[in-house]
Design a protein. Structure first.
Length: 117
């Protein structure tokens, strides 16, 4: 079982990045997917969640209107489009796949996003 994030990097304030999360070793389409982030010295926080079919999404107030979560079950991949990035968005971003019915929960190792001039 693997979740592998990619797409992080250094971007200027106001810029955009798209993170990807490639899943393997399990039936991705049966899992809700979320993105979390952890800034230096802070606790990990939930950024966005999408249900298994992609028809329902939720966002943290701090990213509403700027970030968009999506998924392509045919490609076993999830995405986080991040626009209008701010320095306070700097963090390691983690992908999570969760199926509460069977009690399974998987994490990726994270990708670093740095927003700085």
């Amino acid at each position: 079982v693997q979740l592998v994030e990619s797409g992080g990097g250094l971007v200027q304030p106001g810029g955009s990045l798209r993170l990807s999360c490639a899943a393997s070793g399990f039936t991705f389409s049966r899992y809700a997917m979320s993105w979390y982030r952890q800034a230096p010295g802070k606790e990990r926080e939930l950024v966005a969640t999408i249900n298994w079919a992609g028809g329902s999404t939720n966002y943290a107030d701090s990213v509403k209107g700027r970030f968009t979560i999506s998924r392509d079950n045919a490609k076993n991949t999830g995405y986080l489009q991040m626009n209008s990035l701010k320095p306070e968005d700097t963090a390691v971003y983690y992908c999570n796949a969760n199926n509460t019915y069977i009690g399974m929960n998987y994490w990726g190792k994270g990708t670093l996003v740095t927003v700085s001039a």
